[in-house]
Ligand binder design. Structure first.
Ligand code: F0G
Length: 353
């Protein structure tokens, strides 16, 4: 079997890379687009597709932008990178820094990062700093430290991150033969919705797509600054990846929403967990809670009659369910422990008393 083409090589002509940019790769991009018959039946939308970004090397979409950001940092002679993160950016930065042979420091909100992501940053050898504060506090600190020369900032305020992430929109257009009518996507720091919009606009401009989709972004109700129109000082949600009160790409996300004719809305934690369990049990797709916000939003709009004119929808499942074992453990049935004995095992399988 052929190795997957690296993201930088696949899209070199569309990215700000040169012959001098190191061809860094861990096999990112080219993720599956999986059709969801159950969601089609439930929502009445003719085609519903899931873009499974948890299949990236570190288990989230962050790898698309990180590979470009770290490659450009290398090209520019950097010896260390730095980021704030709710977890996935940290995992990705730590992996690509390890691969590139540069130092990495990650600043996390203490107690609010899913276990799998924390472990990734640790095993990849990053310097992991947990601050007693929010993600927004961590990002403010990371920006200051980067300004002081502590390392290249690889949060999505780094323009190469958005450039790399836009490639997901290209893949969707290539796989479907056009852009979909609508894209459903979780919104946290608001970089990814910004990146998809850029990707779809570019795809339409060079003829890869004949249209541009409406973008529907979803924040968690307890962390919905864009929906409320003001920062949320103490954001709260089970979806820790999007527990963000003052998104860095706020203005760009609003511009993308408006230019696309879409919306940015809030979904409750219950709706998120419901969509999370549904995807796993009914479609065999295990994403993390933040990712399920996109599907929660699709289902909510289906109930409210908000899908008129949408025949083909794509939901972006941004990260793998294995990232957050605690939420998974709380939301599913534990193993049934019995003696190693035929009757006992049979009874356990059949669910009898
Ligand atoms: N889904 C997941 C799994 C994420 O990790 C994030 C963001 C988002 C959605 C939202 O994307 O920020 O571009 O709007 N995670 C960042 C991090 C903040 O630090 O890993 P966004």
């Amino acid at each position: 079997m052929l190795a997957r083409v690296s993201l930088i090589d696949r899209y070199a002509a569309r990215l700000p890379v040169t012959a001098r940019t190191p061809r860094l790769t861990l096999g990112e991009g080219s993720t599956p687009l999986v059709r969801s018959p159950r969601l089609e039946a439930e929502t009445g939308v003719r085609e519903v597709w899931l873009k499974v970004e948890g299949m990236n090397p570190t288990g989230s979409f962050k790898d698309r932008g990180m590979v470009v950001a770290v490659a450009k940092a290398l090209e520019e002679g950097a010896s260390s990178v730095l980021c704030a993160s709710t977890g996935n950016t940290a995992a990705s930065a730590a992996a690509y820094a390890a691969r590139a042979g540069v130092r990495c420091a990650v600043i996390l909100p203490a107690g609010n990062v899913a276990l799998g992501k924390l472990i990734q940053a640790m095993v990849f050898g990053a310097r992991v700093v947990a601050v007693r504060g929010s993600f927004d506090d961590a990002l403010a600190l990371a920006r200051r430290l980067a300004d002081e020369g502590e390392g290249t900032l690889v949060n999505s305020v780094n323009p190469y991150r958005i450039e790399g992430q836009k490639t997901a929109a290209f893949e969707v257009c290539e796989d479907l033969g056009d852009a979909p009518d609508a894209l459903f996507i979780p919104v946290g720091n608001a970089g990814n919705i910004t990146a998809y919009w850029r990707g779809f606009v570019e795809a339409a401009s060079w003829g890869l797509a004949g249209r541009r989709p409406r973008l529907y972004g979803f924040q968690a109700e307890g962390a919905a600054p864009i929906v409320r129109g003001e920062p949320v000082p103490e954001p709260r949600t089970v979806a820790t990846a999007i527990r963000i009160g003052n998104p860095a790409s706020w203005a760009a996300a609003v511009a993308a929403r408006d230019a696309s004719g879409g919306a940015i809305e809030a979904v409750t934690d219950d709706e998120i967990l419901d969509a999370y369990g549904y995807l796993a049990r009914c479609e065999g797709v295990f994403c993390e809670p933040a990712s399920a916000a996109a599907v929660a939003g699709l289902r909510r709009r289906a109930k409210d009659g908000g899908l008129a004119g949408i025949e083909r929808a794509v939901c972006v499942l941004t990260g793998s369910g294995l990232k957050d074992p605690d939420t998974a453990t709380r939301s599913a049935s534990p193993p049934i422990e019995v003696d190693a004995e035929l009757d006992a095992v049979r009874r356990a399988i059949r669910g009898g008393a």
